[in-house]
Design a protein around this ligand. Structure first.
Ligand code: SAM
Length: 212
């Protein structure tokens, strides 16, 4: 029987002017996780893949890289995983642990707080499946691809499955004149009171807009 193990993430056009990594840990707070979970395309795609492939997940040992609230780990447990290791570097891991308890899944899901590059799994276990939602806007912004690849090399069995295993990045030309005026040109004259020649105001963060 063919098992579909490819979770393809197709991004609609995302317009990026610039991106700079900074020291903030956005993922400590529950708010950003609520926004991610409320992204129906994102979360329901993972749900459909995991819950629709219980033949793959049944009795599997799973690693959830960057588990956040633990949502993907919960799907994996519901799909029949016998053990799930849910790793997150930020404070949200404490909340994930409470969520796992509240769902009565502490015997299946173990939350580990730390960077996946640094943590150890009990008994040097190797996993059958790695699940992760590592994609930032346009795949690369805030992305954790490097960390997921380290996780693969450290913890995945040779015949293990990565999900997603492939992604598609799509580009298109667009006219961003209005977006530029609103979000970048804005700093040239704020209520006639503020102008700035400090270009970091304009370019220190990504400017994203989903175009449908
Ligand atoms: C995009 S969120 C996804 C959260 C959750 N899996 C979901 O689908 O809602 C990525 C998470 O990965 C965590 N993270 C980023 N880099 C990490 C690393 N190197 N090791 C462990 N966790 C990491 C962040 O703290 C964040 O909670």
């Amino acid at each position: 029987m063919m098992i579909r193990t490819t979770l393809t993430v197709t991004l609609k056009m995302v317009f990026i002017l610039s991106a700079s990594p900074n020291g903030r840990n956005l993922h400590d707070s529950a708010d950003i996780h609520a926004i991610m979970i409320q992204d129906k395309v994102r979360t329901s795609t993972y749900a459909r893949f995991i819950l629709g492939n219980s033949i793959l997940f049944t009795d599997a040992v799973v690693l959830d890289v960057g588990c956040g609230t633990g949502i993907l780990s919960l799907f994996a447990a519901k799909a029949g995983a016998k053990r799930v290791f849910s790793v997150d570097a930020s404070k949200i891991a404490e909340k994930a642990e409470k969520i796992v308890e509240a769902n009565g899944l502490s015997d299946v899901i173990t939350v580990v707080r730390g960077k996946v590059e640094d943590i150890q799994l009990p008994e040097d276990v190797k996993v059958d499946i790695i699940i992760s939602e590592w994609m930032g806007y346009a795949l690369l912004y805030e992305s954790m691809l490097d960390s997921v690849l380290v996780a693969r090399d450290r913890f995945l069995k040779p015949d293990g499955v990565m999900a997603p295993s492939d992604c598609r990045m799509m580009f298109s030309l667009c006219d961003a004149t209005e977006i530029y005026k609103d979000r970048i040109g804005f700093w040239d004259d704020v209520y006639g009171a503020l102008t700035t020649s400090d270009s970091s105001f304009k370019t220190s963060d990504a400017c994203t807009q989903v175009l449908t």
